[in-house]
Design a protein around this ligand. Structure first.
Ligand code: GUN
Length: 286
């Protein structure tokens, strides 16, 4: 039997409907959620991601502002821009699109964003809160994965989650978030020897490597849940994931498509975090 599809678009639509209601309530209470995105330079992929984020904000009534800075902007100037936004009462979320040009320190940029407005969940304070299971902004891609698993009522507790890829944005926090849900987590990466020997043990396999169609059926256990975080172009220039969908769909129990899987849920959780930031501020004010 072919795998069941985890429809990230549909799941997102359900979550966004609820968020839209909450945005309306917050707006009526004088706390319209606002997200400011900073885009440095002209990376075409970043530009597309940012445009999608803006469009999604507008669709549910979140105030969306884009600040564009040239490729050669000085680090000092970018940090000053962030500090101004930290003080701006109308801004509840600040997102600096990564990657940044090499003359700018991503670490410094992330650490300059106020943890209360860090809707990416990248600030070390928020990472620490995530690790200790405290209330915080969870990084959007792994948070979206968690929502998809919950939505499909896929059990996590006691399951073996194998993650391929150890980025700060996806792999590492995905493991932590699922560990918090009582999964047993294995991290694999580019230096792992005999990758398939680990991935074949996965009840839930998360592919976040950035290599087109790398995960074939040989890497997957029968009936496993396969989550594809990849966003690549295949040999024909067509969008594809890290998973060879056509090969794996006949072996997996569940699978996320690309596009229409992890991508939409990532943006949905960015909206969720922005709304949460505004809500937390309203609670503090009242
Ligand atoms: N670049 C790729 N993914 C992300 C993300 O989730 N947040 C930011 N800020 N930049 C990214």
């Amino acid at each position: 039997m072919p795998a069941k599809l985890i429809d990230g678009k549909k799941i997102s639509a359900d979550i966004r409907k609820n968020l839209q209601k909450e945005v309306q309530e917050l707006t009526e209470a004088g706390m319209k959620p606002g997200l400011t995105v900073i885009l440095v330079g002209n990376n075409p992929a970043s530009r597309t991601y940012v445009a999608n984020k803006q469009k999604s904000c507008q669709a549910i009534g979140v105030e969306s502002t884009l600040i564009e800075l040239p490729e050669n902007v000085e680090e000092k100037q970018l940090l000053k821009q962030i500090k101004d936004l930290n003080k701006d009462e109308t801004v509840h979320g600040i997102l600096v699109q990564l990657p940044l040009p090499s003359h700018i320190s991503e670490t410094k940029v992330i650490e300059t964003i106020s943890p209360e407005k860090d809707v990416d969940g990248f600030h070390p304070i928020n990472i620490g809160k995530m690790m200790t299971g405290q209330d915080t902004f969870l990084p959007c891609t792994p948070y979206g994965i968690l929502q998809m698993l919950h939505h499909e009522e896929i059990p996590i507790e006691g399951k073996h989650v194998v993650i391929v890829g150890r980025s700060n944005i996806v792999g590492k926090p995905a493991g932590q978030i699922l560990l918090n849900e009582n999964a047993t987590v294995t991290y694999c990466h580019s230096k792992t020897t005999d990758l398939a020997s680990y991935t074949k043990q996965a009840d839930i396999l998360i592919a976040a490597v950035g290599k087109a169609k790398m995960i074939t059926a040989n890497y997957v256990k029968e009936d496993a849940v396969v989550i594809d975080v990849g966003m690549n172009r295949d040999e024909d220039g067509k969008l594809c994931g890290d998973v060879d969908f056509e090969d794996v769909k006949n072996k997996a129990g569940w699978i996320t498509p690309v596009p229409g899987g992890v991508g939409p849920t990532t943006i949905t959780m960015l909206l969720h975090n922005t709304v949460k930031s505004a809500r937390d501020k309203l609670v503090l004010r009242n």
